[in-house]
Design a protein around this ligand. Structure first.
Ligand code: SF4
Length: 64
């Protein structure tokens, strides 16, 4: 399964649970694309690059 940066963005845009990380989480002044919805900046995305709500795979299936 592809899991490119673009896929993470498409998934987050289609995800009803997308929750952007706030500045309190340390992204302030970083170079992350915080204004673009993406699993990569979602609070539900874990260090293991896994959605802790297990929504990622379902959404990828739906949007591909
Ligand atoms: S990490 Fe999970 S909850 Fe967050 S946007 Fe991606 S699929 Fe949705």
């Amino acid at each position: 399964m592809k899991s490119s940066k673009k896929t993470y963005q498409e998934v987050a845009e289609a995800c009803s649970k997308y929750q952007p990380v706030s500045e309190e989480y340390g992204f302030k002044n970083s170079s992350c694309e915080c204004n673009t919805p993406s699993c990569l900046n979602c609070t539900h995305f874990t260090d293991q690059e896994h959605c802790d709500l297990d929504l990622y795979d379902q959404i990828v299936e739906r949007i591909k």
